[in-house]
Design a protein around this ligand. Structure first.
Ligand code: GN1
Length: 682
């Protein structure tokens, strides 16, 4: 297979890409080649599925200098997970030759026939980032380098709009922004039309203020708002300021303060915040006389939706027409991640709804939600939607026709019509802040609830989320929907014993899928307790992993030294000290923040280090010596590990291959750092 001549520099930039939780993301200037490659991948996926595929250029809530790319599959959902390993390998192929090789192998493996293949079509969208336009061009070149593939540029759209367009286009419906807005508006009006009399009282003219994150969502809502009946929307931050800077759903949810342009004067008013590409939504109200907010997050949106749907199902199956109607028992389930506040999970269970936990990332949640007739999923950060099964929707249509002739306008009939309207208003392709916002507004009006009443559904447990920069986030491996860490070995036991100190304490760590960080989440009965628990677990992560400050290596932790000792033992049975430097491949030293570790590693042979020892006498200062003769005398890893665990703590049993990767990272990051060539660390 030949990639036709293009203007894009398709060589790899040296950055290691991972498709992660939500596509490839990086500093925008590093992405041209990656975006080009994903263009090729999207065209292949279109050929294989015989359907339209989407490509969205966005880095969502990341800072404006970043960008990213993700693929929408024919259903409008995320790229099938089966293709992710290929996407990773393809994005990281070092040069033209290996790209072609990978493509050839993949095309064969997936039985993709290029010659005589049906025409492929890829829809392209981008958010408002300045880098978007040139990246769309690079993606187009990738798509067009596959013969017979075409690229249709949808311009600046929200991520959910693009996903929706892919979905409807594959159903033969025109994929235009006009149609998208039309569907939202029609179903919103329809839902408002079935509000039980007396419920909406004065609330209907209530104002909503929306923070548009200075991104595409704010712009679209500004266009849409004049066509919204019974809702006055004041959109702020729709493009004058810097995208995601002190604004947006991510900022509001994490910082729990007002976004730019909001303040004490807004106290008492219902406010909402979208994120940079408008696939997340949170609500908030400003605490009087302050810049703090009462956050109404994704968990509360999920709870509101679950409550409403449960109510409609109750009416639907109720005995109003004299006979109980159980001819189709729809299953209702909600899907959350470990980040869901424990109080929300308790609330949902008490509501009688099945709650399922998945790993972080809507791709997992979406898949799980699709197993129910009505599956509602939301991340605490406000990303989520509702899925309806085709069987249930067909049954609803039949029921609608039956009730139309026997009890038009009855409660049951209205419940059917409301559920049908929800299925059209909500974006079933992917979480969509605009459609979610309209559904929240319709339900609040239906219930006659203020934001305060909504917020009182349950009280959140205090929580704290922190992140720790690490060299290699893949060193953390989890299971059980990310609630248990299996590597590094030993850290879970340490987290458990910290957590046990706090009543109702809950804490977990996981590697981010979008940044080089390990995230720490803690929950407890008081804010102080949640903060303390989170901070102590951050220290555990520090202890168990190599960490970096910015791009500088500032520490190497016990485990990597464990590996160095082991490797030294294996590779050089003579001395421990000298080979440490040659082993890690550069002339210099790694500063060991845990200096007692440094001491026992280096002290016995410190004179042999010469220029390798850091200035200032840091190394060798603290008096905990390691018996090197003994370490080197062990012939089996198990015995050595046992000895080390007994004498030097529990963090020794990380496997050598894992640490080898780590040291390569150290080299990549630390190689050019002068400090690693012999300067002392301040
Ligand atoms: C704690 C958190 O909010 N994590 C976010 C974040 O993923 P990480 O893998 O945690 O970096 O970005 C994802 C994509 O937007 C989103 O799905 C997820 O919920």
């Amino acid at each position: 297979m030949v990639i036709s001549k293009v203007d894009v520099d398709i060589n790899n930039t040296g950055v290691k890409f991972s498709y992660g939780t939500s596509g490839f993301r990086a500093e925008a200037s590093l992405l041209e080649s990656t975006v080009f490659r994903v263009g090729i991948l999207a065209a292949l996926r279109s050929i294989q599925t015989g359907s339209v595929i989407g490509l969205m250029i966005t880095a969502s809530h990341n800072e404006v200098s970043d960008n990213g790319i993700k693929v929408a599959d024919p259903s409008g959902g995320m790229l099938t997970q089966r293709w992710e390993p290929f996407a990773d390998a393809f994005a990281n192929a070092p040069n033209h030759h290996s790209l072609v090789q990978l493509l050839d192998d993949f095309v064969k493996k997936e039985n993709i026939t290029l010659e005589g293949a049906p025409a492929a079509e890829v829809l392209l969208g981008r958010d408002t980032r300045p880098s978007g336009m040139s990246l769309v061009e690079a993606a187009k070149q990738g798509i067009l380098s596959i013969i017979g593939a075409s690229a249709t540029d949808m311009g600046v759209v929200t991520t959910p709009q693009l996903h929706w367009m892919v979905r409807v286009k594959n159903k033969g419906i025109e994929a235009s922004e006009y149609n998208y807005f039309d569907q939202l508006l029609t179903s919103f009006r329809c839902l408002l039309g079935y509000i039980p009399q007396g419920n909406s009282n004065n609330y209907m003219n209530d104002k909503l203020i929306v923070d548009g994150a200075d991104g595409v969502g704010g712009q679209k809502l500004e266009k849409l708002k004049s066509r919204l009946s019974y809702l006055t929307v004041d959109v702020r931050n729709y493009g004058d300021g810097v995208l995601n800077e002190g604004v947006g759903a991510d900022y509001v949810q994490k910082e729990k303060v007002v976004p730019r342009g909001f303040g004490p004067a807004d106290a008492g008013i219902r406010c909402a915040s979208l994120d940079g590409d408008s696939d997340r939504l949170v609500y908030f109200s400003v605490v009087p006389n302050s810049n703090k907010i009462d956050l109404v997050d994704g968990d509360k949106i999920l709870s509101l939706f679950a409550l409403f749907i449960k109510e409609q199902l109750g009416i639907l199956y109720g005995p109003e027409d004299g006979k109980s109607n159980k001819s189709y028992q729809a299953s209702l389930g909600v899907v959350q991640t470990a980040y869901a506040n424990g109080a929300s999970t308790d609330y949902l269970k008490q509501l009688g709804v099945e709650v399922v936990l998945t790993p972080t990332g809507v791709k997992y949640m979406h898949e799980k939600a699709a197993e129910f007739d009505i599956g509602i999923y939301f991340e605490a950060n406000g990303h989520g939607t509702i899925l309806f099964s085709n069987n249930f929707l067909s049954w609803l249509e039949i029921r609608n026709n039956e009730l139309l002739s026997i009890s038009k306008g009855s409660n049951q009939h209205n419940a059917v019509l409301r559920l049908l309207a929800v299925s059209k208003l909500i974006n079933q392709a992917v979480g969509d802040a605009l459609s979610g916002l309209l559904l929240v507004e319709a339900i609040l009006q239906h219930l006659g609830w203020s934001i305060h009443k909504w917020n009182e559904l349950y009280q959140d447990l205090p929580s704290r989320q922190l992140k720790v920069k690490v060299v290699d986030r893949t060193a953390v491996v989890t299971e059980n929907a990310e609630t248990v860490v299996v590597r590094p070995v030993g850290i879970q036991e340490s987290i458990d014993s910290e957590t046990a100190k706090y009543p109702r304490g809950r804490c977990f760590i996981r590697p981010s899928g979008t940044e080089d960080v390990v995230r720490v989440y803690a929950e407890a009965l008081t804010q102080e307790a949640a903060d303390n628990l989170a901070h102590s677990v951050v220290m555990l992560v520090d202890k168990y992993l190599v960490f970096v400050d910015g791009a500088r290596v500032v520490g190497v932790h016990i485990e990597s030294i464990g590996w160095i000792v082991e490797s030294v033992r294996k590779k050089n049975h003579e001395q421990a000290a000298t080979p440490v430097c040659s082993l890690i491949g550069f002339e210099g030293y790694i500063f060991l923040k845990t200096d007692f570790v440094a001491a026992w590693l280096f002290q016995p042979k410190s004179e042999e280090f010469g220029s390798c020892a850091p200035a200032g006498g840091e190394v060798g200062k603290v008096g905990m010596e390691m018996d090197f003769e003994r370490v080197l005398s062990y012939s089996s890893d198990t015995e050595l590990t046992h000895y080390l665990v007994q004498n030097y703590g529990s963090a020794w049993s990380v496997i050598a291959s894992r640490l080898e990767i780590l040291v390569h990272h150290l080299l990549a990051i630390g190689g050019p750092n002068p400090r690693l060539r012999g300067e002392a660390q301040s």
